[in-house]
Design a protein. Sequence first.
Length: 600
Amino acid sequence: MDSVLAFIDSIDAFLAGLGDSLSDLILPIGTMVSRIVLPILAVLVVVRCGLSLIRSKSEPETWAWLGLGDGVRLPVNHWENIIGRGKGADIALPMPEISRTHAALIRNEEGGWQLIDIAHKGNLLVNEEPVEGRRELQEGDVISVAGSELVLAEITAEEDEQQRATRTVPGKHIRPSRTLILLSAFIIVMACQLALAQSETGHSFTILGAFALLLVIMWATWLISRSLRRTGFEIETMAFFLSSLGLAVIASGAPSELMKQTACIGVGVVGFFVLGWILRDMKRIKILRWPAAGAALALLAWVLIFGESIYGAKNWVEIFDYSLQPSELVKVLFIFAGAATLDRLFARRNLYSFIILSAAIVGALALMSDFGTALIFFATYLVIAYLRSGDLATVALSVAGAVGAVVLVLTVKPYIAERFATWGHAWEFAATGGFQQTRAMSALASGGFLGMGGGEGWLKTIPAADTDLVFAFVAEEWGLIIAGTALAALVIVALFAVKCAGNARSSYFVIAACGTATLLLFQTMLNVGGSLDLLPLTGVTFPFVSNGGTSMVACWCLLAFLKAADTRQNASFALKQRSWIKKQQQKSAAKAAPQGGGAQ
């Protein structure tokens, strides 16, 4: 028996030695190949998505007409429209008797229209009757704006069909499926290289399994999108590219957490679809807005009472041995509750409610000593507040109040001032306050354009490198080219959201998308700038790439707001197709029609 066991042990030792020899032989070759192939694939993926997004036409949709007489018609291109003489008015009537923002023409959930008096000058009439507050409209109604008459007419079925036939459909010239094939190749090469690099640690199968699961999630998302007859997939492709980099960071620095992070990607994708479904219906949005605000405050109160401090910030809670960061989820709830439809923008009390919500959230984060996240919320608040009010005075007053709050914080908590003292002088405090920044800059320099190879870097040994220093982490192991494409992916998606804002159906989608773009870009700027000593180190994450399950889920959910701003034909599942809307209108009209007794 002993001889048999000894023989088995000798076989195991031989196989282990053979495996080590093969690893020593294959790893350098695999690393060299990946350093050349991966940057090319990364650039191709981001460039293809970027060209498809930026070059795509931002085409308006016509939902109704306003006739001026003599065959002249003004198109109604949004669900919410300002009528006035101002250049920014959706329906411009350049006459001195008309206010810059005189009235609002708004489409309701059932497809009907209503007129709201904004100027309150008594010269807004419908069928020669004064409008007091708001008035429901019917097709053929005559709207008189300070003597200028407009006749409301719905778009005909033929006009609607012609419009849908002429609008550009995404994915026609740059096929999303081909981009996904390139991204799949990128993921497979990256996974194989990391598995070879981590063969001695015993995590190779975990790495291969995690990346294989990512591929399954990615292609399943694509198939679901196609089943919904949606052809635009660039935003999701960018997010999966960034998520794959996030898994690569964890595979190198904390491989035992790979499966948890991959599962969080799956949860995030589910949240992305669920939030997209909610955003399809403005009535649902209006119903859930206040519960979302309440949930945001409840989450932060929960953290204040039961939270744990990690790295000096009390922003973590533990559930079933899993640590969560609720402030990440609050980002989604904040934008959901903060964005507003046009009819809510007329009442100042609605803006005041948003200011109170924002102050409560930022104040709670300050009490947790999570000043980086508080700064992100404040920047997002400024953009949303300006879009909601159009008032620079409100923004200036908010900034003045924030400056006073910062002075108070620096007085009460002097250790925060020490971080600012280190900013820009990291090399002078290389052993103390500038420890992380100096190591991050050294790692970035050592990586060069092509990187050292996955798992071959040393920055992973520095505390919080896979969260706070992740840009330098990626640049060291995968090269500055791939790190740069990660930045470019977020910038392109944000710019596309802003580009689409001009033709968005509702002001809600404009505000939500611009707020999300601000949040993601500002957070990225803080992460990258802080790690390279260009800004104070605040400890915030790099969206989609930093290690953190809650952050990953929140980033995917935020993507739904950007997707809802995409008004291209058949692009966004978060927006109902016009053909579906027309069918619902026909059903509503059929139900409203008299039943029985009519001509057969």
